[in-house]
Design a protein around this ligand. Structure first.
Ligand SMILES: NC(=O)c1ccc[n+]([C@@H]2O[C@H](COP(=O)([O-])OP(=O)(O)OC[C@H]3O[C@@H](n4cnc5c(N)ncnc54)[C@H](OP(=O)(O)O)[C@@H]3O)[C@@H](O)[C@H]2O)c1
Length: 267
């Protein structure tokens, strides 16, 4: 099987570092045109410089805060100006600022931010970009989520509650857009080494008064059946590349688990 998705126009949200950046690299390696986006212009300049430096000329940075509708409107316009449309959207996300936090520690502002970022932001982007996919009768939409939506964690209350409706959205869109050649899937991620994951685990370790290394070994590494943590570019990026190809057209409306076998669930 030869996969050829070269020339596809890809948007990866929340991609100035971590998971989003790894996924962007995977698509760039396949010869795609890629827009990376996040809140910080400075971070985007850095990542675009780094990616162009690794000989990927077709990469652009577009500032877009998923929790801010004004910034999304401008970002979508810029994406259309730069690439003339879109073929693949990978919705990656940030972490709510007050996370990890238990329900009692959250404020209404935390909830508003979290729901805007995980749900309303993607809806606004889809409203602007799905028409391009429909017209060309090809499109791939991925929502990057977490295995924890199957087993919500009290200290991830903001993220786990706010990203759950995205699975319903993904399913509904897959039903509506399948006949237009557009597939829509949610990807439930396990553990990937990123600045965000490290920060989060450090905070949990502090709260439990435990060492970071012990917590990492017990909570992160030991449940992973394959005995290693995931690589955003190789493990996750390759999956998304495959699903974006002609061979991925029959996979839609799915919640795909990619966690090295750490989840205890069979479904
Ligand atoms: N790492 C894991 O093991 C893991 C597992 C399951 C799920 N997840 C989820 O995957 C997502 C990414 O995690 P990560 O570990 O890669 O985090 P990370 O290292 O903190 O990276 C987060 C990225 O999101 C951007 N960002 C933050 N807030 C944003 C906003 N409002 N609008 C647009 N971009 C924003 C950040 O860039 P700027 O600061 O430049 O905006 C950065 O590029 C998170 O939602 C996390 O909960 C992670």
């Amino acid at each position: 099987m030869r996969i050829d998705i070269s020339g596809k126009r890809v948007l990866v949200t929340a991609s100035s570092r971590g998971i989003g950046k790894g996924v962007a690299r995977a698509f760039l390696k396949e010869g795609c045109k890629v827009v990376v986006s996040s809140r910080s212009r400075e971070n985007l300049e850095k990542v675009v410089y780094e990616l162009k430096g690794s000989v990927f000329p077709s990469v652009w940075g577009v500032q877009m805060d998923l929790a801010d509708s004004v910034s999304i409107k401008a970002g979508v316009e810029q994406i259309v100006d730069l690439m003339g449309g879109i073929d693949v959207i990978v919705f990656n996300f940030g972490n709510p600022p007050n996370e990890p936090s238990y329900f009692d520690e959250t404020t209404m502002e935390d909830w508003e931010y979290s729901i805007r970022m995980y749900l309303e932001g993607p809806i606004q982007i889809l409203k602007g970009l799905i028409p391009f996919m429909r017209r060309q009768r090809y499109g791939r939409i991925f929502f990057l989520s977490s295995w924890t939506v199957k087993s919500p964690q009290p200290h991830f209350t903001l993220a786990d509650v706010s990203r759950s409706p995205v699975i319903q959205l993904s399913k509904i869109l897959s039903k509506e857009e399948g006949k237009n050649g557009v597939t829509v899937n949610t990807v439930l991620m396990g553990s990937f080494p990123t600045p965000g994951a490290e920060k989060s685990l450090k905070r949990i370790a502090e709260r439990k008064n435990e060492s970071y290394d012990e917590l990492w070994k017990r909570e992160v590494l030991s449940p992973i059946a394959v005995g290693r943590i995931g690589d955003p570019e190789r493990d996750l990026g390759s999956l998304l590349v495959f699903l974006s190809s002609e061979y991925g057209g029959y996979v839609t409306g799915s919640s795909i688990l990619i966690d090295g076998g750490s989840s205890p669930y069979v479904l």
